[in-house]
Design a protein. Sequence first.
Length: 148
Amino acid sequence: MEAVAEKLHSAAQLLLRRLRTEGDALGISPPRLSALSAVVDAGPIGIGALAATEGVSAPTMSRLVDGLERDALVERAPDPDDARGVLVRATVRGRRIRTERRRQRTRVLAADLQRLSRDELDAIRAGAELIEQLGAGREAHGRSGRSG
Protein backbone atom coordinates (compact mmCIF):
# COMPACT_ATOMS: atom_id res chain seq x y z
CA MET A 1 0.00 0.00 0.00
CA GLU A 2 2.72 2.48 0.95
CA ALA A 3 4.54 2.02 -2.37
CA VAL A 4 1.34 2.65 -4.35
CA ALA A 5 0.55 5.69 -2.22
CA GLU A 6 4.08 7.04 -2.73
CA LYS A 7 3.88 6.52 -6.50
CA LEU A 8 0.46 8.19 -6.68
CA HIS A 9 1.64 11.13 -4.59
CA SER A 10 4.71 11.60 -6.77
CA ALA A 11 2.67 11.38 -9.99
CA ALA A 12 0.11 13.89 -8.68
CA GLN A 13 2.85 16.34 -7.72
CA LEU A 14 4.50 16.06 -11.16
CA LEU A 15 1.20 16.54 -12.95
CA LEU A 16 0.18 19.52 -10.85
CA ARG A 17 3.60 21.12 -11.27
CA ARG A 18 3.38 20.64 -15.03
CA LEU A 19 -0.08 22.16 -15.26
CA ARG A 20 0.85 24.99 -12.90
CA THR A 21 3.86 26.06 -14.98
CA GLU A 22 1.89 25.78 -18.21
CA GLY A 23 -1.01 27.75 -16.84
CA ASP A 24 0.65 30.78 -15.24
CA ALA A 25 -0.16 33.00 -18.25
CA LEU A 26 -3.27 34.39 -16.58
CA GLY A 27 -1.17 35.81 -13.73
CA ILE A 28 -2.84 34.32 -10.65
CA SER A 29 -0.76 32.36 -8.17
CA PRO A 30 -1.64 28.71 -7.44
CA PRO A 31 -2.78 29.43 -3.84
CA ARG A 32 -5.00 32.29 -5.00
CA LEU A 33 -6.41 30.20 -7.85
CA SER A 34 -7.13 27.36 -5.44
CA ALA A 35 -8.94 29.73 -3.05
CA LEU A 36 -10.87 31.27 -5.95
CA SER A 37 -11.88 27.80 -7.16
CA ALA A 38 -13.10 26.90 -3.68
CA VAL A 39 -15.18 30.09 -3.53
CA VAL A 40 -16.66 29.41 -6.98
CA ASP A 41 -17.45 25.79 -6.04
CA ALA A 42 -18.82 26.51 -2.56
CA GLY A 43 -20.75 29.66 -3.34
CA PRO A 44 -20.72 32.32 -0.64
CA ILE A 45 -18.43 30.98 2.09
CA GLY A 46 -16.97 32.34 5.31
CA ILE A 47 -13.24 32.97 5.68
CA GLY A 48 -12.92 30.29 8.37
CA ALA A 49 -14.66 27.64 6.28
CA LEU A 50 -12.62 28.64 3.25
CA ALA A 51 -9.40 28.41 5.29
CA ALA A 52 -10.40 24.94 6.51
CA THR A 53 -11.21 23.83 2.96
CA GLU A 54 -7.80 25.00 1.74
CA GLY A 55 -5.90 23.74 4.80
CA VAL A 56 -4.50 27.13 5.82
CA SER A 57 -4.99 29.45 8.78
CA ALA A 58 -7.74 32.07 8.80
CA PRO A 59 -5.19 34.96 8.73
CA THR A 60 -3.47 33.40 5.70
CA MET A 61 -6.81 32.99 3.95
CA SER A 62 -7.78 36.53 4.82
CA ARG A 63 -4.62 37.78 3.06
CA LEU A 64 -5.38 35.60 0.02
CA VAL A 65 -8.93 36.96 -0.10
CA ASP A 66 -7.58 40.52 0.23
CA GLY A 67 -5.56 39.99 -2.94
CA LEU A 68 -8.44 38.36 -4.77
CA GLU A 69 -10.68 41.23 -3.74
CA ARG A 70 -8.11 43.83 -4.90
CA ASP A 71 -8.14 42.12 -8.31
CA ALA A 72 -11.97 42.15 -8.36
CA LEU A 73 -12.13 38.33 -8.40
CA VAL A 74 -14.14 38.03 -5.17
CA GLU A 75 -16.19 40.30 -2.99
CA ARG A 76 -17.06 40.26 0.68
CA ALA A 77 -20.61 40.60 1.94
CA PRO A 78 -22.13 40.50 5.43
CA ASP A 79 -23.16 37.06 6.62
CA PRO A 80 -26.93 37.19 7.20
CA ASP A 81 -26.64 34.46 9.84
CA ASP A 82 -23.78 36.07 11.81
CA ALA A 83 -23.66 39.81 12.44
CA ARG A 84 -19.87 39.72 12.83
CA GLY A 85 -19.29 37.32 9.94
CA VAL A 86 -18.40 37.94 6.33
CA LEU A 87 -19.09 35.76 3.32
CA VAL A 88 -16.84 35.66 0.28
CA ARG A 89 -18.37 35.22 -3.15
CA ALA A 90 -16.82 35.12 -6.61
CA THR A 91 -17.44 38.01 -8.96
CA VAL A 92 -18.37 37.48 -12.59
CA ARG A 93 -14.73 38.26 -13.43
CA GLY A 94 -13.54 35.73 -10.83
CA ARG A 95 -15.73 32.98 -12.25
CA ARG A 96 -14.54 33.81 -15.77
CA ILE A 97 -10.84 33.72 -14.76
CA ARG A 98 -11.34 30.41 -12.96
CA THR A 99 -13.11 28.93 -16.00
CA GLU A 100 -10.40 30.20 -18.37
CA ARG A 101 -7.65 28.79 -16.20
CA ARG A 102 -9.36 25.40 -15.94
CA ARG A 103 -9.90 25.28 -19.71
CA GLN A 104 -6.27 26.20 -20.31
CA ARG A 105 -5.03 23.42 -18.03
CA THR A 106 -7.48 20.96 -19.60
CA ARG A 107 -6.22 21.81 -23.10
CA VAL A 108 -2.61 21.23 -22.04
CA LEU A 109 -3.49 17.90 -20.46
CA ALA A 110 -5.66 16.84 -23.43
CA ALA A 111 -2.75 17.52 -25.80
CA ASP A 112 -0.51 15.28 -23.68
CA LEU A 113 -3.18 12.56 -23.58
CA GLN A 114 -3.44 12.50 -27.38
CA ARG A 115 -0.01 10.88 -27.49
CA LEU A 116 -1.23 7.82 -25.56
CA SER A 117 -2.55 4.58 -27.00
CA ARG A 118 -6.20 3.64 -26.57
CA ASP A 119 -5.28 1.11 -23.85
CA GLU A 120 -3.19 3.70 -22.00
CA LEU A 121 -6.01 6.24 -22.23
CA ASP A 122 -8.48 3.67 -20.89
CA ALA A 123 -6.13 2.96 -17.98
CA ILE A 124 -5.82 6.70 -17.22
CA ARG A 125 -9.61 7.09 -17.35
CA ALA A 126 -10.14 4.19 -14.93
CA GLY A 127 -7.42 5.50 -12.63
CA ALA A 128 -8.91 9.01 -12.66
CA GLU A 129 -12.30 7.61 -11.66
CA LEU A 130 -10.73 5.73 -8.75
CA ILE A 131 -8.81 8.83 -7.67
CA GLU A 132 -12.06 10.82 -7.70
CA GLN A 133 -13.61 8.17 -5.46
CA LEU A 134 -10.67 8.41 -3.05
CA GLY A 135 -11.02 12.19 -2.97
CA ALA A 136 -14.77 12.04 -2.45
CA GLY A 137 -14.33 9.57 0.40
CA ARG A 138 -11.91 11.92 2.13
CA GLU A 139 -14.26 14.89 1.74
CA ALA A 140 -17.13 12.86 3.16
CA HIS A 141 -15.06 12.18 6.28
CA GLY A 142 -13.51 15.64 6.66
CA ARG A 143 -9.96 16.81 6.01
CA SER A 144 -8.42 14.33 8.43
CA GLY A 145 -9.95 11.39 6.58
CA ARG A 146 -11.71 10.25 9.77
CA SER A 147 -15.40 10.55 10.44
CA GLY A 148 -16.60 12.59 13.39
